[in-house]
Design a protein around this ligand. Structure first.
Ligand SMILES: Nc1ncnc2c1ncn2[C@@H]1O[C@H](COP(=O)(O)OP(=O)(O)O)[C@@H](O)[C@H]1O
Ligand SMILES: [Mg+2]
Length: 272
């Protein structure tokens, strides 16, 4: 365990605010977050493909985790690929392993094996497989092709799994490229998570502070404006900006994060 930092004591936080490990029930449910979760769940219910894009740190992974937390594990087998750039042996091997089998040796065999296992999961175990590919903008053309072939299993009728692709906005462009038009056409839902506006950011700060035991707004209005601008409304960037400002305030012995503290945070975080 880390030693308790002085700024945490200064503000009387019961835990480190803006931490990463939030339980699903603790998430800030701004409209776009709820919409992303709803679309992911819809895609899972219909066994289609969906693409959720957004800048780094906008809450894509958080939304997928929130959706997953609502699923009954006896009815859904979720295969989460954290980063397709690892795992050079390809998607089929990941699917086969995740469904509890040892991948066969040759690539063509592994593909058939993955298809059989996907079909069996639904037909015999009555579990729907959900493949979540995070950082999907890193999928290589070969991996996208693997994905396309997997969706084709049942002679184009319906996909034997639900596929959720999470990635940076460039993902949509990649998918529109000629070769992937067939995959692109199978994408039933697309959603881009927008950054937070000032109102969202204000509520977001309050939400995180409350989780850490301070239900009062510790940030002055002009400080919020500055931190919102610095972070471009991106949750992860706002976490860092707010933390830097809180530390600056504690160092100055202030009970409130005023604009001077926000300026210090900006100077710290934009330093080369
Ligand atoms: N709905 C939310 N409620 C609370 N915190 C959030 C929420 N969305 C994002 N965050 C914060 O932003 C961070 C980045 O979110 P994440 O989903 O990892 O971004 P992305 O996957 O888009 O890069 C999270 O670790 C969390 O601290
Ligand atoms: Mg992510």
């Amino acid at each position: 365990m880390n030693e308790r930092a002085p700024w945490l004591t200064h503000f009387g936080f019961t835990r480190t605010p803006f931490g990463k490990s939030l339980a699903p029930a603790e998430l800030f449910s701004r409209g776009p977050h709820q919409e992303a979760v709803a679309r992911i769940l819809h895609c899972i219910a219909e066994a289609t493909l969906c693409v959720i894009t957004g800048e780094v740190g906008t809450g894509k992974t958080v939304a997928a985790r929130a959706a997953r937390a609502t699923l009954d594990p006896s009815r859904y087998a979720v295969i989460y690929v954290a980063n397709p750039a690892f795992g050079t042996r390809g998607l089929y091997v990941t699917v086969v392993r995740a469904l509890g089998a040892a991948p066969r040796f040759f690539k063509a065999e592994v593909m058939a094996q993955a298809q059989e296992l996907l079909a069996a999961e639904e037909a015999e175990r009555h579990r729907r497989v959900v493949i979540v590919v995070d950082e999907a903008h890193l999928l290589t053309p070969a991996q996208l092709e693997e994905l396309r072939l997997l969706t084709n299993a049942e002679m184009d009728s319906r996909s034997p799994f639900a596929g959720i692709l999470l990635g940076q906005p460039s993902l949509n462009r990649q998918l529109r490229l000629g070769v992937f038009a067939a995959l692109d056409q199978r994408i039933a839902t697309r959603y881009q998570l927008p950054p937070m506006d000032l109102g969202d950011a204000t509520a977001y700060l309050r939400h995180h502070l409350a989780l850490a035991g301070r239900s009062d707004q510790l940030f002055a209005d002009d400080a919020v404006v500055r931190l919102h601008r610095l972070s471009n409304g991106i949750p992860r960037a706002l976490n860092n900006a707010a933390t830097a400002a809180l530390i600056a305030a504690a160092a100055d012995g202030k009970e409130l994060v005023d604009d001077a503290c926000a300026k210090k945070a900006v100077a710290e975080l934009t330093r080369e």
